[in-house]
Design a protein around this ligand. Structure first.
Ligand SMILES: Nc1nc2c(ncn2[C@@H]2O[C@H](COP(=O)(O)OP(=O)(O)OP(=O)(O)O)[C@@H](O)[C@H]2O)c(=O)[nH]1
Ligand SMILES: [Mg+2]
Length: 359
């Protein structure tokens, strides 16, 4: 399972600045609307100190971190569904993403042009959300008549057709699919944008990073969705520094985590994901699974055969393994457990699966 996140928002709000900072990339971020035309894609390792510690324990074993793919696209404007700005065709580039980061301008800088004169977070958010709903409406209106026709010939499709009609009504009333209680089962291939979970990222002045009152005021605009407060400008400065200098600079703004970590944690939370680890001399590696996944399901992320032929999982918590200094030490201390098919994976698990491929 590889996590991918699409970055959306109005033009000139800091999407590409953020993308560059997150991915360590060097694409054009410029002070004019529509600086981005072609989509930019960047793959980022998920920082995880446990992998470094395990690598040391296993004699410098190579690290294979989990990854997140970020996709930076052009800015959307009001009327994009009717061709305003660059239109909305480029939304196709985020259709396969698992989640969206909606960047909202909340910084003050008279030198940075705002497409509608001045930043107004509430209005700006609703402009984008309206365009996403309209884009989905176009997708649904393309499909609905065909599905209705097919359903008349094949009664098995009646339920699906009725469901798409309900989704159409929902979108037509201006509401996104995500959070509506509607699911997309059977209609996944439509890849509706508004069916994806959205995390709002308010691009704020660095002087507002510790301003709780400001955060609350902005978070209230999007609740119950998750809101993050990041200064893309500060993130850009951070990305050029080594780890120690990064921590110092962040601390000087009262921050304990970089924007990248905040974004990744928020995405994992929103999507209900967690990781587990495998470790040995050959490699130490993080794997991404759904929260609540059982041991065989977790094994299946490595290889389908591991799930089908699952026998047992040898599990030790990473902190116990590191404290013991070796797997043998952890075993001697009684910290290594053998778990069966119904075991629910925990986020700090280091696992070795036993399986039988001939099954
Ligand atoms: N003051 C300030 N300026 C910023 C911040 N983030 C971005 N900018 C500036 O805003 C301008 C636009 O940034 P981009 O990252 O290119 O914006 P974008 O959203 O990708 O814009 P499009 O690609 O045109 O849709 C640039 O001049 C950035 O330097 C910020 O946090 N503070
Ligand atoms: Mg851009």
């Amino acid at each position: 399972m590889s996590l991918s996140i699409g970055i959306i928002g109005l033009p000139n709000v800091g999407k590409s600045t953020l993308f560059n900072a997150l991915t360590g990339g060097n694409i054009l971020a410029a002070n004019y609307p529509f600086a981005t035309i072609e989509p930019n894609t960047g793959i980022v390792p998920v920082p995880d100190q446990r992998l470094n510690d395990l690598s040391t324990l296993y004699g410098g074993a190579p690290i294979k971190p989990a990854t997140v793919t970020f996709v930076d696209i052009a800015g959307l404007v009001a009327g994009a569904s009717k061709g305003e700005g660059l239109g909305n065709q480029f939304l196709a580039n985020i259709r396969t993403c698992n989640a969206l980061i909606h960047v909202v301008r909340a910084f003050n800088d008279p030198d940075v042009i705002h497409i509608d004169g001045a930043a107004d977070p509430a209005r700006d958010i609703s402009v984008i959300n309206t365009e996403l709903v309209l884009a989905d409406l176009q997708t649904v209106e393309n499909r609905l008549p065909r599905l209705q026709k097919e359903a008349r010939a094949n009664p098995k499709l009646a339920a699906l057709s009725a469901k798409l009609q309900q989704i159409h009504a929902l979108l037509d009333s201006g509401k996104p699919v995500y959070g509506s209680g509607m699911d997309m089962e059977g209609l996944e291939d439509l890849q509706l944008i508004t069916a994806k979970p959205v995390i709002y990222l308010f691009n704020i002045d660095d002087t507002d990073l510790a301003n709780d009152a400001r955060h609350q005021e902005l978070a209230a605009l999007v609740a119950p969705a998750e809101a993050l407060f990041v200064s893309a400008k500060l993130e850009a400065e951070l990305s050029g520094l080594d780890a120690t200098d990064q921590t110092e600079l962040l601390e000087s703004y009262g921050q304990s985590e970089s924007g990248l970590i905040q974004v990744i944690h928020a995405a994992y939370r929103t999507l209900g994901l967690q990781s587990y680890l495998t470790a040995g001399e050959k490699e130490v590696r993080a794997w991404t699974i759904s929260q609540g996944a059982t041991a065989p399901q977790a094994a299946g992320v490595i290889h389908g055969d591991f799930e089908r032929g699952f026998i047992a999982a040898e599990v030790v918590s990473c902190s116990d393994l590191l404290a013991a200094g070796s797997l043998a030490g952890a075993r001697a201390a009684g910290k290594v457990r053998t778990e069966g098919k119904t075991y629910v994976m925990q986020p700090d698990d280091v696992v070795e699966f036993r399986f039988n491929v001939s099954k």
